[in-house]
Design a protein around this ligand. Structure first.
Ligand code: KG4
Ligand code: ZN
Length: 336
């Protein structure tokens, strides 16, 4: 018998719902909240409010596009952690009410585990064990994945996430939020070796991006003092040089993790895996070191319910259900 799951994602500023049948995504609807643009970052209370407005139409559309009726659902999955607590509560409350009304099991999904699992949505996916570099606006992790439900974080950032490094650099350049995709766009026309930003020396598999942010701040202050139009006149070269350094920090640690574990199945995931420099760098490194590399399709890189659905599906197969008193959490240690 087919297993059909409705999944909800509401951890930050995307309201998303997806339908998955036997591990295949039938629909993946994402409503992005534009209300935050004018504030230069996500405003938690506005995010909760927008989720309240979006959630019913987004779920209805996900069912309609999949051609699935509520009576065909076998479970309801939702993102339970980590994220903005007010935003998570909207998705959690909706999912729990629906599971109760339909008398179907509830599945809680860890957002970061789901980013990793996005690599299993389309075939051919990686074979276990594999390594995944998960890079988003809130996290930067290297994850060792033994099975769909067994994952271990073996390296992570000690300060800013890679997405924050992109967004904060973009803000210093006067670009709107979220600046990561804009840096990517300008970088395509620039020279990545035009300016040299420092690579931090952090032991082990951990990352640090706060020094880079400070270096960029001093670089901009120094150059704009001498030439007020410096940023406007050199934007592509500055963006390409910033992107080059962020990508090299990420890929050097991923290479170290691959060498230390001997694993050659290598994935990336999370919003920053949409970055063209990172995608090209991973592919090139894969060829050099004999890795099989995997990158989820674009719509499954940034926050989406498709990744929650696929993770919920595997948890369903394992019989990992949540009680109806399950509550979301802003932070979560997921080393299990
Ligand atoms: O995974 P995600 O959608 O949300 C979080 O869970 O954080 O990641 C969002 C992050 C933002 O920092 C955004 O600037 C970054 O991903 N991002 C990019 C690109 N597309 C999204 N960063 C660099 N280049 C891109 N093309
Ligand atoms: Zn995310």
């Amino acid at each position: 018998m087919a297993i059909t799951i409705l999944a909800i994602e509401s951890s930050c500023d995307e309201t998303s719902a997806a339908i998955c049948r036997d591990g295949k995504i039938l629909s993946n609807i994402i409503a992005t909240q534009s209300v935050h643009e004018q504030y230069g970052g996500v405003v938690p209370e506005l995010a909760s409010r927008a989720h309240m407005q979006n959630i019913v139409p987004v779920v209805e559309r996900s069912l309609r596009e999949a051609g699935v009726g509520l009576d065909e659902l076998d479970a309801v999955a939702f993102t339970s952690a980590p994220g903005l607590i007010g935003a998570l509560l909207v998705g959690a409350q909706f999912a729990k009410s629906l599971a109760l009304a339909l008398n179907k099991p509830l599945v809680t999904v860890h957002h970061m585990q789901a980013h990793v699992m996005a690599n299993l949505i389309e075939a051919p996916g990686p074979t276990f064990p594999f390594l995944c570099l998960t890079v988003s606006g809130g996290h930067t992790q290297i994850v060792l994945c033994e099975s769909p439900t067994q994952m271990k974080v073996i390296g992570e950032t000690i300060d800013d996430a890679a997405g924050e490094a992109f967004d904060k650099s973009a803000k210093l350049l006067g670009l709107p939020y979220p600046g990561g995709p804009l840096i990517d766009r300008y970088a395509k026309e620039g020279n990545p070796k035009a300016y040299r930003f420092p690579e931090p020396q952090i032991p082990g598999l951990d990352f640090s991006f706060s020094g880079l942010k400070t270096a960029i701040l001093y670089f901009i202050q120094e150059h704009t003092r001498e030439q007020p139009g410096f940023i406007d006149n050199h934007l592509p070269d500055i963006c390409a040089s910033i992107q080059y350094r962020i990508v090299s920090i990420l890929l050097n640690k991923l290479k170290k993790a691959a060498l230390e574990t001997g694993i050659k199945e290598i994935c990336i995931a999370g919003g920053v895996s949409a970055n063209s420099g990172l995608r090209a760098g991973l592919t090139e490194m894969g060829k050099r070191y004999g890795w099989n590399t995997y990158i989820p399709p674009f719509q499954y890189c940034t926050d989406n319910a498709g990744m929650i659905a696929i993770t919920g599906y595997y948890k369903f197969l394992e019989g990992e259900f949540a009680a109806l008193d399950a509550a979301p959490s802003a932070r979560a240690d997921w080393n299990q």
